[in-house]
Design a protein around this ligand. Structure first.
Ligand SMILES: Nc1ncnc2c1ncn2[C@@H]1O[C@H](COP(=O)(O)OP(=O)(O)OP(=O)(O)O)[C@@H](O)[C@H]1O
Ligand SMILES: [Mg+2]
Length: 239
């Protein structure tokens, strides 16, 4: 498969609900601020609510706003399903099956060499995405560095190390690991950041819990953690 995407990032997680959309949206803001044209993609979204205009892909709507994208939602998220199940299963329930070629072509559509392609997968790195296709397969097809988002909670060390090993086994570059504080408080005796850094041999990026839901304060908080990554990505950094 051709590797014509110059610059971009594939955001995956250790699980569903770990903060992929939240972190991807913040990165979209930060990349925008650094002058990049960000092309967000959530190529397949399940669990979409049915609205007047059809199925509404909430993650894609969030990413569209964060990236200040002028693209249609049908480009950002062409494949939408109602069931809140894995996309492969949700598609099968309505008699559809998607191929890797369809999903990777959807990610590339409308993206030029100078754009920044910012893709959010669905679920975790080894979660099914399309028919016989894992998120990992899409990341490989797009040849993008991978950012792994993990929730700061009990169990995350094992899940994170498994995902990192899988990312490396696929020959992909690990752009970083974000330990995201989804819950308002964590056990003060737990120190996932230090333990993960020790196991991985590199620092992890730790985001705080965003209490307010207010975009500005969230950005200020996140800026201190994610700005170095955003700067390197904005400069076409490929480790
Ligand atoms: N650091 C944080 N502080 C507060 N709330 C957070 C934080 N990160 C995520 N959340 C909340 O946790 C929930 C899950 O986050 P998000 O939707 O970003 O996860 P996801 O990994 O994208 O999920 P999915 O697998 O459904 O795409 C959301 O309600 C989000 O607002
Ligand atoms: Mg999401």
């Amino acid at each position: 498969m051709s590797k014509f995407i110059n610059c971009g990032l594939f955001v995956t997680g250790t699980d569903t609900g770990v903060g992929k959309t939240r972190i991807t949206a913040i990165l979209a803001h930060l990349l925008n601020d650094r002058g990049r044209v960000v092309r967000p993609r959530k190529p397949v979204e399940s669990g979409c609510q049915l609205g007047d205009a059809g199925l509404i892909p909430e993650d894609a709507v969030t990413l569209q706003a964060a990236a200040k994208s002028d693209e249609l939602l049908t480009i950002i998220c062409p494949y939408r399903f109602e069931s809140a199940l894995s996309p492969e299963r949700a598609a099968a329930l309505v008699g559809k099956s998607l191929t890797l070629e369809e999903v990777s072509a959807a990610c590339r559509q409308g993206v030029t060499e100078s754009d920044f392609l910012l893709v959010e997968g669905a679920g975790g790195f080894y979660s099914p995405l399309a028919s016989g296709v894992l998120n990992a397969d899409l990341a490989v097809a797009l040849s993008l560095p991978v950012l792994l988002v993990a929730a700061d909670r009990l169990g995350t060390i094992g899940q994170t190390l498994l995902a990192v090993e899988a990312i490396k086994r696929r020959g992909l570059t690990l752009a970083g690991v974000v330990l995201n504080q989804v819950a308002p408080a964590v056990d003060p005796q737990m120190d996932n950041a230090a333990e993960l850094s020790r196991w991985l041999g590199e620092p992890v990026l730790v985001t705080g819990h965003f209490e307010t839901g207010d975009d500005e304060s969230e950005l200020i908080l996140a800026n201190s953690v994610l700005k170095n990554l955003a700067e390197r990505l904005a400069d076409n950094w490929m480790p």
